[in-house]
Design a protein. Structure first.
Length: 367
């Protein structure tokens, strides 16, 4: 039905033995969320994308994770997860599955008892993709341990393997390790692109896109009625899968010239079309579902009206949910924020929104 891209050797991420040993300690990383411009929707195998995607790494929406480790004698995985200081057993099945997937690449996992302490800079139930920031932060902590046991690994290997591991926890998490613009998924015009880990956008980026702003309007904070995992799987026999995967590749091709020449009008067309295409896939799958809320549509229409009346370069994108990401150049920040506060915040839960912008990726916590 669709061609699965050629395999890339994963065995280069498998370590047979380490030169150093650890007994106990703590490592910490802060990793951001990201917002896709060309959307990833549909996967095969173990978190492998059926189409390429590209995203802005965010700056302020992040997860901070401290990983405490202590050598143990018993067999099997042993860990506890704490969110904001409270034990969170509901997260543990997901971490267990993650550990099972990555054990072949991190042979030390069963040698330690772990305490995972995590906090988000945004409300956990806000509908912002916390799995991307959370799983990338945990993957980076584990890579930090590996680097202590194998100090000669390079920075590029560290980032690639961290992204590779993060993908096995949550697909889009592989785009959160670095920034500001990350490609994930094989694309003929981007030489280093692959399905295994995210790569930094390799070409010049026009100044129009420097510190690009993303104000996240919190329309709905509830649990999604359909999980992203189920949504991705529904693409496997979706009637419009082929044209959608082709569209994503074509839109990524178009963005290459947009990022070079700074054409904001073309950027807006591509990004908004991608957001609506993502939700069109949900509405035409079987079973079909709608994640947008009435206020999502109200916000979109008001953005279109504001743009028509003012000539602003503001636009929107959506994740797999009801919240709206309002994207705009930094030079327009004052005017767009005034518009958001005066007109759009009334459609947010409790008037809440988060001011964010493109960032440079994850950071090690040193204190």
């Amino acid at each position: 039905m669709y061609s699965i891209p050629t395999a890339m050797p994963q065995h280069r991420f498998i370590v047979c033995n380490y030169s150093q040993s650890l007994t106990a300690g703590t490592v910490g990383w802060q990793s951001p969320s990201n917002i896709a411009l060309v959307k990833y929707w549909g996967k095969y195998g173990e978190q492998m994308p059926l189409n390429p995607s590209i995203s802005f790494t965010l700056k302020n929406s992040h997860t901070r994770t401290l990983l405490n480790y202590e050598k143990k004698q018993t067999d099997g995985f042993e860990f506890e997860v704490f969110l904001d200081g409270n034990r969170e057993t509901s997260f543990e099945p997901k971490i267990q599955k993650f550990f099972e997937r990555v054990a072949a690449y991190l042979p030390f996992l069963k040698d330690f008892k772990f305490k995972i302490e995590t906090t988000n800079s945004f409300p956990h139930s806000s509908g912002i993709a916390s799995s991307a920031s959370g799983m990338s932060a945990l993957a980076l902590c584990l890579m930090d341990m590996e680097r202590q046991m194998q100090p000669d690994i390079t920075e590029s290997y560290f980032n690639e393997k961290a992204s590779f591991l993060a993908r096995l926890g949550s697909g889009s998490a592989c785009r959160s390790v670095e920034g500001p613009l990350i490609v994930w998924g094989e694309h003929a015009e981007i030489e280093e692109s692959n399905n295994y880990f995210g790569t930094k956008y390799p070409f010049q980026i026009h100044q129009n896109f420097e510190n690009f702003q993303d104000t996240i309007l919190l329309v709905d904070k509830g649990e999604k009625q359909v999980s992203s995992t189920l949504g991705h799987n529904l693409m496997l026999d979706h009637p419009f899968a082929e044209p959608r995967f082709r569209q994503a590749k074509e839109n990524l091709s178009k963005l290459l010239s947009v990022f070079e020449n700074g054409n904001l009008a073309e950027f807006i067309k591509i990004v908004e079309s991608e957001a609506l295409s993502l939700h069109a896939m949900m509405m035409t799958s079987m079973p079909y579902f709608i994640l947008m809320k009435p206020n999502t549509l109200e916000i979109i229409n008001r953005i279109w009206k504001f743009r028509d009346e003012t000539g602003s370069n503001v636009c929107f994108t959506l994740d797999a949910g009801a919240n709206v990401h309002v994207l705009y150049p930094k030079i327009e920040k004052e005017n767009v924020l005034r518009f958001i506060k005066n007109e759009l915040s009334q459609y947010c839960k409790n008037g809440e929104f988060i001011e964010d912008e493109a960032g440079m990726g994850a950071e090690r916590i040193t204190n």
